[in-house]
Each structure stands twice: as C-alpha cells, then as structure tokens.
Design a protein around this ligand. Structure first.
Ligand code: IMP
Ligand code: MG
Length: 191
C-alpha cells in the first residue's frame, strides 16, 4: 500500500510538535474561557483533526456546532467567494463563540465567516486557527489564537488537503512537486 507520507518532500511540523503545542493552546483557552459560555464553531472540513484534539484537552463545559463553508479555489489559492454548505444549528446569540479553523492564508474566508456570525449577535467572537501563513495580509484579518506560524508554502496534513487528499496525515508537510504538477485545471472545491 502506498503511504501518504511518501508524497511529502518535507515535514514542517511533526505529530509530536503538534500535540505538544496543542497542550499549551488548550491550557490557554481553558484559562480564557473559564466561567464563560463557550460555543466552539469549527469550520468543515479542514479543522476536524485540530478540533478533535483540542476538544479532548478542554475539560470544561462547552457546545459544539460545525459550520460548513465552501470557497471557490484554484488549485492552491483562495478567491474569497464562499457559500454555506452546513448552517449553524445552535443559537449563538449572547454566547461566547470561538471559531476553529485549519489555516489563515489570505483571510478572505474568515472575514466572511466573521461577518456572518457577528450578525447573530454572540456575546464574544474569537478565532482559533491551527496555522497562520507568514505573509502580508491585505484583508487585515487577525486570529486571536494561533497554533503555528509557517512560511508561505502550500501545506497538507492534519486536516489540510490537496484536492481532498492528505487530510489524514498526522503531521504537516509540503508535497513533492511531481504530485502538485500533475494537477488538473481549476475546479470548484469544498474546503
Ligand atoms: P483563505 O481564505 O485564503 O485564508 O484560505 C482559506 C482556505 O484555503 C483554508 O481554510 C484552506 O482550506 C485553504 N488553504 C489555504 N492555504 C492552504 C494550504 O497551504 N494548504 C491547504 N489548504 C489551504
Ligand atoms: Mg481545503
């Protein structure tokens, strides 16, 4: 059987680096949300591993409701046009909402998500993002909690996909160029 790991040219974050950082991040969230009415809103699909590992480390009461957002992309970049593929089921009015997502790239998607949730009048609205690319960000979007800052490269693993594959890698890495150069033309795809 071929292994996903063999398609990587470089591992940027190992499984153990990720797990260790999550301990710190969860401890910080636990302190900041102590006594608050936390509703976690992870975005489908890229946040699944991140949120599952965070949840295990958050022993306090919280609610969980996934938001499905689809953004129209080229192969490896974002356009900012989104539509909702799964709406929130819980009422977040007057709740402390923490959006959880995989990566902050241009920030265009998260700006749209922020506007959408802010209109529901939560008590507070913050963003916890696994990865932030170190790039000048025209959108000006800033996350409140960040797992890791990474260079401006297209990465896969730990929830992040390339053409819907590689999400199940427990580490984060960069694909070999022969994998990405096989890519087909731009198609709409779900995050
Ligand atoms: P943004 O709107 O440009 O911030 O990007 C939003 C989405 O693009 C992310 O949630 C990912 O689904 C996808 N994305 C951006 N950069 C990467 C990457 O390096 N690897 C995989 N997906 C990415
Ligand atoms: Mg994606």
């Amino acid at each position: 059987m071929s292994l996903l790991q063999d398609d990587l040219q470089e591992v940027l974050l190992t499984q153990s680096q990720i797990q260790q950082r999550l301990n710190e991040l969860a401890a910080q969230l636990q302190r900041d949300y102590d006594g608050k009415d936390l509703t976690l809103v992870p975005l489908l699909t890229g946040s699944v591993l991140f949120v599952a590992d965070l949840l295990r480390r958050l022993p306090g009461p919280l609610r969980l409701d996934f938001l499905g957002v689809s953004s129209y992309h080229g192969q490896t970049s974002s356009s900012g046009d989104i539509h909702i593929t799964k709406a929130l089921q819980l009422d977040v009015r007057d709740r402390d909402v923490l959006v959880v997502d995989d990566i902050l790239d241009t920030g265009l998607t998260l700006i749209r998500v922020r506007d959408l949730i802010a209109a529901l009048r939560p008590r507070s609205l913050k963003f916890c993002i696994f990865l932030e690319k170190e790039i000048p960000r025209q959108s000006g979007f800033c996350a409140d909690y960040i797992g890791f800052r990474i260079p401006d490269r297209f990465v896969v693993g730990y929830g992040l996909d390339y053409q819907e594959r590689y999400r199940n890698l427990p580490c984060v890495g960069v694909l070999k160029t022969e994998i990405t150069s096989k890519a087909s033309a731009d198609t709409p795809r779900v995050r």
